[in-house]
Design a protein around this ligand. Structure first.
Ligand code: ADP
Ligand code: ADP
Ligand code: ZN
Length: 214
């Protein structure tokens, strides 16, 4: 099963993608996580990506597309994957369609986690991310058992630099301009499914399972 997660920053794509990956035994591929790992590792890609991410801007398409096409070609992705944070622009979506086409393949579902902008600022301000495993929590909606310690791996939790309100506002603008058009794109491809992302995490997940099948 090949799945794309769509939705605004903070809509809950990562949260749901992790649950999907566990249930259906497919890798969770997050381009944001890949960039953050590169930043941490001090790679050239990380250095380039950071200048855009810090400003709430998208990393240029040419730095993203090959990386994802390469990643989904790896062995563990043979039976499917859940893409989180990619594609984020029409050219990225077109590049993905073309790359899959070439091998007679296609995406099965594009799931839009729908959350209005008014909910997003709260979600982002309360989000805490694990520096070790990339897991995300929320101080109010999904707290860890021990404050500032990741339940999954014991790593330290931080407020991401780009989750500060000034940057979130910019990211939302960028989302509406560059990423929201993908909803039309995948509607035309007839694989778009929308879920109400304002519900509890478990309810959102149930709605997704209803779409994907048990
Ligand atoms: P969120 O989960 O809050 O939407 P991500 O972790 O997906 O944030 O992405 C963080 C940042 O990484 C984005 O703001 C953007 O700068 C960059 N990024 C991630 N994926 C892409 C992509 N497919 N294209 C361009 N930039 C990306
Ligand atoms: P995205 O990957 O779309 O940027 P995340 O999955 O990281 O979003 O979620 C953003 C923040 O909102 C996190 O702190 C997460 O714990 C929290 N969150 C996710 N889903 C929900 C939900 N259904 N209700 C309330 N908070 C949520
Ligand atoms: Zn962790």
């Amino acid at each position: 099963m090949k799945i794309i997660m769509l939705g605004a920053p903070g809509a809950g794509k990562g949260t749901q993608a992790k649950m999907i990956a566990d249930k259906y035994n497919i890798p969770h591929i997050s381009t944001g996580d890949i960039f953050r790992a590169n930043i941490k590792g001090g790679t050239e890609l990380g250095k380039k990506a950071k200048t855009y991410m810090d400003q709430g801007l998208l990393v240029p398409d040419e730095l993203v597309v090959d990386l994802v096409v390469d990643r989904i070609g790896q062995d563990d992705a043979k039976n499917g994957y859940v893409l989180d944070g990619f594609p984020r622009t029409i050219p990225q979506a077109e590049a993905l369609t073309a790359a899959l086409n070439k091998i007679g393949d296609k995406v099965d579902f594009a799931i839009d986690v729908d959350v209005p902008d008014s909910n997003i600022i709260d979600r982002m301000a309360g989000r805490r991310a694990c520096v070790s495993c990339g897991g995300t929590y929320h101080i109010k909606f999904n707290p860890t058992k021990v404050e500032n310690v990741c339940d999954a791996c014991g790593g330290e939790l931080i407020l991401r630099d780009d989750d500060k309100p000034e940057t979130v506002q910019k990211r939302l603008t960028v989302y509406h301009e560059q990423t929201q058009p993908l909803i039309d794109y995948y509607t035309k491809e007839q694989i778009l499914k929308s879920v109400d992302g304002t519900k509890d995490m478990s309810e959102v997940f149930q709605a997704i399972v209803d779409i994907l099948g048990e």
